[in-house]
Design a protein. Structure first.
Length: 359
């Protein structure tokens, strides 16, 4: 007997304007798999997986914070995640949504699940850094990564609610978003939590705290890393490598990754904290990292995407950032023409660093 928690496609669900049943979704998936475009093939494969009798879905993690791996998620949990998002953002049947993220990862897959479960009218465009350039429609709900948001600022008047994930939203982008009419939210989550389990509204009054969605409890372990108890989306507690400060039962501040801490001459540096301070000065994509050093053990370096001729002007500007301690000033700046990316369009720091260390 079919389990209604995922096989009941909402009657108001539309994909590119067409209504679908379970049977027609399977046929659509078959057609998309035969198409010439890779992004359509991934949508087709997921649709066929979703309407199958299998109770689980295999999803590959992004690899942005470690080696990519395949994990197994329950469809029931994915439905629960979609319902929680719908409740938090007050998403209603027949509202319009846009799929502009790759369906190879959990973020793209969950946009499809939300649409099927909540009855959204979903359009898809080929994933790119300028997703709104490929459509002139207005949308009630869209999910993007920061680079897509940065390149879509002039078009965000056509989006009512925007969730941003995959990487932290820097201060420069936050400032731009507060000037616009769009209701923008930074999200916290991962593949294991079936996308976001916490969000924070991007407003002029800067808030560093994420608020968890309903039915989720949070705590810290002995490393001060976040522990997530979310029985509706995971059978076990999720122990993360994210350094946090618990503000209340439902709020926490994200500080950075435990496994990315740089030990430079005995001083522990958190890259994400430093990047937040640098983001007001550096407009290109960038990140900081630790490279081996005979004296310090690890030295702090800055990696910037773009033209190396900017280096002479950049270092003096960085030294003038008042919030930056002397230990947080990079020892060296590297420029890379184009950053390596994961399949979900996140910056692949390890591969990008490989370009530097191999030269």
């Amino acid at each position: 007997m079919r389990n209604p928690t995922w096989h009941n496609i909402h009657p108001d669900f539309r994909l590119n304007g067409a209504q679908h049943s379970n049977e027609s979704l399977f046929e659509l998936g078959e057609g998309l798999l035969k198409s010439g475009k890779p992004y359509l093939k991934t949508i087709g494969a997921f649709l066929q997986d979703w309407v199958s009798e299998q109770t689980t879905i295999k999803v590959q993690t992004s690899g942005s914070t470690g080696t990519p791996k395949t994990i197994v998620l329950k469809k029931e949990h994915m439905v629960n995640s979609a319902l929680a998002t719908g409740a938090y953002f007050d998403l209603q049947p027949e509202q319009k949504a846009l799929l502009c993220l790759p369906c190879t990862g959990i973020a793209g897959k969950m946009m499809l699940v939300r649409a099927m479960v909540l009855g959204l009218q979903l359009d898809d465009v080929e994933p790119s850094s300028t997703p709104l350039a490929d459509t002139d429609k207005t949308f009630d709900f869209v999910a993007m990564v920061p680079l897509q948001v940065q390149n879509s600022l002039n078009d965000l008047s056509r989006v009512k609610k925007l969730i941003i994930g995959g990487a932290p939203v820097d201060s420069g982008l936050r400032s731009e978003l507060t000037k616009l009419s769009v209701h923008a939210y930074e999200t916290y989550g991962m593949t294991e939590t079936i996308t976001h389990i916490a969000v924070k509204r991007i407003v002029e009054e800067l808030s560093n705290s994420f608020e968890v969605l309903p039915h989720i409890s949070i705590s810290e372990d002995e490393r001060d890393c976040l522990v997530i108890d979310a029985p509706k989306i995971s059978d076990e507690k999720i122990i993360t490598n994210d350094l946090v400060e618990i503000v209340s039962e439902s709020k926490f501040k994200w500080l950075g990754r435990y496994d990315s801490i740089i030990n430079s001459g005995g001083i522990k540096l958190v890259p994400e904290t430093i990047e937040e301070k640098l983001s007001s000065t550096i407009k290109s994509r960038f990140f900081v990292a630790g490279l081996p050093d005979e004296t310090l053990g690890q030295k702090l370096v800055l990696v910037v995407e773009g033209d190396p001729t900017e280096a002479l002007e950049l270092l003096p500007s960085i030294k003038n950032i008042e919030t930056l301690s002397k230990y947080e000033v990079p020892k060296k700046i590297y420029f890379v023409n184009t950053f390596e990316e994961t399949s979900s369009q996140k910056v692949d720091r390890n591969k990008t660093l490989g370009q530097i260390t191999s030269n």
